[in-house]
Design a protein around this ligand. Structure first.
Ligand SMILES: Cc1cc2nc3c(=O)[nH]c(=O)nc-3n(C[C@H](O)[C@H](O)[C@H](O)COP(=O)(O)OP(=O)(O)OC[C@H]3O[C@@H](n4cnc5c(N)ncnc54)[C@H](O)[C@@H]3O)c2cc1C
Length: 463
């Protein structure tokens, strides 16, 4: 999730749960009797399986290893990282087709980077605007003063509310909440453009409760603060090294989960695996396809069938020169190309990558378009303000998350009356299985949320 914000003074409250920390020098328990398939041959250790090699599954497996468990990861894709998807361009730049920003409040992720000696580079931007055909540079536009003050007071009031009153906001969508509180005209249009970039769909579809909780708790640049040098995928690589590559089974799609005294997993390639415990980090769309024996509780199945995911399209274009000039360039627009940002900040020029990022219906349009047509759309928005771009484009790559085979979306989208109702049901363990993933996290929609829920699930099964 990206969180674009133009309010200046955001208070931040650190509400991340304190979890048991393992010191930087901790040694992973290794079992000298372990063979290639990871599990101890004479059953010395407890065994666990994690489904998914995204950040939640990797974080869970890493924590289990630290606690001396034998652990395996089963992953459908032929790569690790899941929705963290770093990509090397033909021009040798690393860009992100999935998660981009690390937030200043994302303490577990920052701690892991510190532990694995991964450098976090500043990835903050100053936002330009194209609205109703007019271009305005960064620093020259904002919400109206009166609305800015009102919004700050709404956030402040929210922070003081008792929990049960906070929950009442789940009955409204974010657009309705803003309108009911006096937001109108250009301020409302700007909220739609800016906040929908965060949620991946129109703010008319987002729970007001989920939205305000995030805005009330976020860092000054609203969690758009850093990026891991060399790509966010580096953290997946480091975790995988610690877990042991031989314990991660790529191209293994789980199709059947059987829970009796133990857990028995069957994959689409016919391979089976047994363990004492299971951590399931699949997005809900993928969970729907798995056969559970015994069946999942009815209310969990209903929750899985109800939750939506946001559509995001990333169209990355490599240009021979950085015509946008500023390294910290990003731009919001009311065109189909909804948002642009400089994706090669801190990487060598003169060439550079601009990502066109669209959400919701706009993402679906881009996702279905031929690249040539998509580029013409982008040029028609940018060229009136930045000059001819035709001869500057060197390469391009597009990824549409709305049709990603495993998630059918970028991240979970909690709608009206879902944040407080569905999340606890989805988080509830079932027999030997514990659940983790961004969709269950306080930092929902973020890498941090995936890491924290993965670690927590591992702590639950080992406690
Ligand atoms: C376009 C986009 C932009 C984003 N921007 C940001 C951002 O700026 N900052 C941020 O912090 N976060 C951002 N995110 C969100 C972040 O990527 C996710 O919150 C996080 O990576 C989710 O991790 P996860 O482990 O919960 O899920 P995943 O990464 O989806 O991992 C689950 C894994 O399970 C696997 N799987 C599914 N079904 C099966 C099966 N049957 N058998 C075996 N394996 C299976 C999947 O292949 C997947 O690898 C963004 C995401 C996207 C897509």
């Amino acid at each position: 999730m990206s969180k674009l914000l133009i309010y200046n003074q955001m208070d931040r409250r650190n509400f991340i749960k304190k979890s048991m920390l393992v010191g930087a020098g901790a040694v992973i328990a290794s079992n000298p009797l372990s063979k290639a398939y990871g599990f101890s041959p004479i059953g010395l250790n407890k065994k666990a399986i994690c489904i998914g090699a995204g950040f939640a599954g990797l974080a869970a497996a890493y924590q289990l290893k630290l606690k001396g468990w034998d652990v395996l990861i089963l992953e459908s894709r032929n790569r690790i990282g899941g929705r963290v998807f770093s990509h090397l361009t033909p021009e040798n730049h690393v860009i992100e087709l999935g998660a981009e920003w690390v937030g200043a409040s994302h303490s577990r992720l920052i701690e892991l980077c510190d532990q694995f000696k991964l450098k976090l580079n500043n990835n903050q931007f100053d936002t330009h605007k194209i609205y109703q055909g007019q271009y305005t540079p960064a620093g020259k536009w904002s919400y109206s003063k009166s609305w800015e003050e009102k919004f700050q007071s709404l956030l402040e009031n929210f922070r003081q509310l008792p929990d049960d009153e906070k929950k009442e906001l789940d009955q409204l969508d974010w657009w309705r909440y803003l309108v009911n509180n006096g937001c109108s005209d250009t301020d409302l249009d700007l909220h739609e453009l800016i906040d929908s970039t965060d949620f991946g769909e129109s703010i008319r579809h987002v729970s007001a409760s989920a939205a305000i909780e995030e805005y009330a708790e976020s860092s000054e640049k609203n969690e758009m603060d850093f990026k891991i040098e060399g790509g966010n995928g580096k953290l997946a690589e480091k975790l995988a090294e610690q877990i042991g590559q031989q314990n991660i089974y790529l191209s293994h799609t789980v199709t059947h989960i059987d829970q009796k005294e133990k857990v028995k997993i069957t994959c689409s390639n016919g391979k089976t695996f047994e363990a004492d415990k299971l951590i399931c980090t699949m997005p809900t769309f993928a969970m729907q396809k798995v056969k559970w024996s015994p069946e999942l509780p009815t209310e969990k199945t209903k929750a899985i069938n109800e939750l939506q995911y946001a559509r995001i399209n990333k169209h990355a274009m490599s240009f021979s020169e950085r015509f946008w000039k500023e390294e910290n360039f990003d731009l919001i627009s009311d065109e189909t190309s909804h948002y642009f940002y400089h994706a090669t900040k801190n990487q060598k020029g003169p060439s550079g990558v601009l990502i066109s990022y669209s959400i919701g219906e706009k993402a679906a349009i881009f996702g279905n378009r031929a690249k040539e047509k998509a580029v013409q759309d982008v040029f028609s928005v940018l060229e009136p303000h930045f000059g001819s771009l035709q001869n500057k484009l060197k390469s391009q790559v597009n990824y549409y998350w709305g049709t990603d085979k495993y998630s059918m979306g970028a991240y979970a989208l909690y709608g009206v009356n879902q944040w407080h109702r569905l999340r606890p049901i989805l988080s509830e363990p079932f027999l030997h299985t514990h659940f983790a993933g961004e969709h269950l996290a306080d930092w929902q929609g973020f890498m941090e949320g995936a890491l924290v829920t993965g670690k927590e699930a591992a702590n639950q099964i080992t406690s």
